[in-house]
Design a protein around this ligand. Structure first.
Ligand code: UDX
Length: 478
């Protein structure tokens, strides 16, 4: 918690996901924060203590920080920022079709920059393309000059927050990156470091374009790890090896580590797919070949089809007329976000092949958004309702609710207990014991569920099955 002399007056313009987490986080550290939001409906919701999207603990913290007096909201930019020492901007820069656009940021700068106090600094928090970041100090300076005001320091301060863990990532970050666009006196840098003092993390100072690449590089590397794991899982499938054992051994090599190597239906969300695509399409830098990112994207794009192939195999070769229970719609648990969620692609492919889908996700909002994106998708209000009468299930988001489901009971609800585990999240042996036919990504299925070293050949889309409550003799079908 900031001590009296360390408190910084901060304004955050744009209270979407990134902006709100930033505002609440700084308030929690004891700074005086004003959040500025032009959208009246969103502002009213925030004033009444509710948050227009799901993020664990965020709404509670908004309410308690408002009650403490450290966080307040304003509709007018001028009123909201004129006393601030640091003005953060966090407007969206996604064009809504998977591309990048900078118009929102340009408009925001036109509006915000003239009202920044002469001794304050501008801190851009949004994810922007490097060429815009490079031009930003000149752009800001031109706006200041035409407003008849002196220049202000300009920074890019990228966020590394994961949806579902955004507050924790903000409050206990592994690093803080301060990208200096323009700060000849160093005063802005000192203020920004003071604002982040409670983070107790390494604070890295670098150029603004370096900071832009520090964020991009992190996301591209995480995406590469996932696609690598997915390709490795396919190789494991071909030889009956188990990806979990393989990754477990790799992870103990400190040069590699085990995170982001979980195979499954691939990555989604607002960051990883977008940044991989922008790089693969040479929109980060024209005429610089990016074959690695093209491959990362191709592997990821193929994963939903791989899940559908496993479903078809588990159903005996046909999807037409089959009823599939889809468990999960969001791109990962603990969020209501369905942007670029692999579930939607899986649903589209299944529907195009004549299957009937009933999807369930614990997030009501995710269900309605998914239905708006995928015509023909039916949704249920519970896992049980989705599973009842289904020919097979697909686990696409590893919500705790699904991992803790009583699968023995679930087998009774279904017409035929069969499941494709798109997140390698369930225990195969346990699923077999519950009477399921089970398939996943690169996981050796020990058909009797007891001998981890038992060797047998398993084909890429081999499914483990045990005659349900029958003679106990396992069979592998391809
Ligand atoms: C990501 C970055 O992690 C974060 O630092 C950045 O600021 C924003 O983008 P987020 O999009 O919230 O965060 O999700 P993340 O937890 O990174 O997961 C992305 C996707 O990868 C999810 O769909 C997840 O299911 C998938 N994933 C993750 C895997 O398929 N395998 C893994 O091993 C890890």
């Amino acid at each position: 918690m900031a001590l009296w002399g360390e408190i910084v007056r901060i304004s955050v313009v744009g209270l979407g996901y990134v902006g709100l987490v930033t505002a609440v986080g700084f308030a929690k550290w004891g700074h005086q924060v004003t959040g500025v939001e032009a959208d009246k409906e969103r502002l009213l919701a925030l004033l009444s203590g509710s948050v227009p999207f799901f993020e664990p603990h965020l709404a509670g913290l908004v309410r308690s920080e408002c009650a403490s007096g450290r966080l307040r909201f304003a509709a007018s930019t001028r009123e909201g920022i004129n006393r601030a020492q640091l003005v953060f901007t966090a407007v969206g820069t996604d064009d809504g079709h998977g591309g990048w656009q900078t118009d929102t940021m340009s408009v925001c700068l036109e509006e915000v920059v003239p009202s920044i106090a002469d001794d304050a600094a501008l801190v851009v928090r949004s994810t922007l393309p490097p060429d815009f970041v490079r031009r930003m100090p000149t752009l800001v300076n031109a706006i200041r000059v035409s407003a008849g005001k002196p220049d202000v320091p300009v920074f890019l301060n990228p966020e590394f927050t994961r949806e579902g863990q955004a507050l924790q990532d903000f409050l206990t970050p592994e690093r803080v990156v301060i990208g200096i666009g323009d700060d000849p006196s160093g005063k802005g840098t000192t203020l920004l470091k003071r604002a982040y003092k409670s983070a107790n993390a390494p604070i890295l100072e670098m150029g603004a374009v370096d900071a832009c690449f520090a964020k991009l590089g992190a996301n591209l590397f995480l995406a590469t790890k996932i696609s690598f794991a997915n390709e490795l899982a396919a190789l494991c499938d071909a030889h009956g090896a188990d990806i979990n054992s393989v990754v477990g051994a790799m992870a103990l090599d400190s040069r590699i580590g085990g995170k982001f190597l979980r195979a499954g239906i691939g990555f989604g969300g607002s960051c990883l797919p977008h940044q991989v695509t922008m790089t693969a399409e040479e929109r980060v830098a024209a005429d610089v070949g990016t074959p690695l990112m093209q491959a990362v994207r191709r592997v990821n794009d193929e994963q939903p089809q791989r899940l559908v192939d496993r479903l078809r195999a588990i159903l005996g070769g046909t999807l037409a007329g089959k009823s599939i229970a889809m468990l999960g719609l969001t791109f990962k648990p603990e969020t209501d976000d369905v942007r670029e969620a692999p579930a939607l692609r899986v649903a589209e492919i299944l529907l195009s092949q004549g299957a009937d889908i009933v999807a369930y996700d614990p997030m009501v909002g995710a269900r309605s958004r998914a239905q708006a994106i995928v015509p023909g998708l039916r949704v249920a209000a519970s896992a049980r309702a989705a599973l009842t009468g289904a020919d097979a299930a697909a686990l696409v988001t590893e919500w705790r609710e699904f991992l803790e489901l009583d699968w023995t009971e679930a087998a009774e609800w279904m017409k035929t207990p069969a499941i494709v585990d798109g997140r390698n999240a369930l225990d195969p042996a346990e699923m077999l014991r519950c009477g399921f036919r089970y398939a996943a990504f690169g996981r050796r299925i020990d058909l009797d569920g007891t001998s981890p070293h038992r060797s047998f050949r398993i084909e890429p889309t081999t499914i483990a099955t045990k005659a349900p409550r029958g003679n106990g003799l396992p069979v592998a079908v391809t």
